[in-house]
Design a protein around this ligand. Structure first.
Ligand code: PRP
Ligand code: URA
Length: 209
């Protein structure tokens, strides 16, 4: 089964509490989401392999470490995943970016795909999928499946807030995928919204409600 990492660093908890507040407007919400995504990317990449390299400092030559593993692809799930992208690219500036367009049908709660464009060498890359909300898990699970169908193999999922239902769904559908979250919330309500959550992430990011 894929591992679950809950990144409850004090800075992340503080910023997430501000995001949950219904009085926080879109501008601040966007800034906070990118800041948290940057902090999460730091932890999500903690197991990336490094190798010895030789570097000449102004004083002398030395053996030191640099990243050794696969190149990275970051794949936000539209729309709300876009809100995490800039923060992640701040510390992974060489990553290529794919996009998956999905929306959740409000009646069936099933994900509907409308766009998918991934780097052509996706099968060679370490892939980080971004979506702030892991609710039923339908969207994240479907996005991971699209990536696998196009050859992606090394996938990790980064969500801001996850419900136990969504974590269980992704772990069951994709036991090879580790999940990195800032908070695990209590449950879903009858409309599939996370309790307590932060409401509709896409609407709060883009001011559409
Ligand atoms: C939200 C969110 C996730 C999905 C989570 O997107 O950003 O993609 O719901 O729900 P699930 O785990 O039950 O699938 P939404 O469908 O509202 O689309 P949007 O980002 O375009 O607003
Ligand atoms: N999508 C959201 O944006 N928020 C939720 O709580 C659930 C799904």
């Amino acid at each position: 089964m894929g591992k679950l990492f809950v990144m409850d660093h004090p800075l992340i908890q503080h910023k997430l509490s501000l995001m949950r507040d219904k009085n926080t407007g879109s501008k601040e919400f966007r800034e906070l989401l990118n800041e948290i995504a940057m902090l999460m990317a730091y932890e999500t990449t903690r197991d990336f392999p490094v190798e010895d390299v030789e570097v000449e400092t102004p004083i002398q030559k030395c053996t030191t470490k640099m990243l050794a593993g696969k190149k990275v692809a970051v794949v936000p799930i539209l729309r709300a995943g876009l809100g995490m992208l800039d923060g992640v690219l701040e510390i992974l500036p060489a990553a290529k970016v794919g996009h998956i367009g999905l929306y959740r049908d409000p009646r069936t709660l099933e994900p509907v795909e409308y766009y998918c464009k991934l780097p052509t060498d996706i099968e060679e890359r370490e892939i980080i999928v971004l979506d702030p909300m892991l609710a039923t898990g339908g969207s994240s699970s479907a996005a991971i499946q699209f990536i696998k169908n196009r050859g992606g193999k090394h996938i990790r999922m980064m969500n801001l807030i996850a419900a136990p239902e969504g974590i269980a769904r992704v772990q069951e559908d994709h036991p090879d995928v580790d999940i990195y979250v800032a908070a695990q919330d209590e449950k879903l309500n009858e409309h599939g919204y996370i309790i307590p959550g932060l409401g509709d992430a896409g609407d709060r990011l883009f001011g559409t409600k």
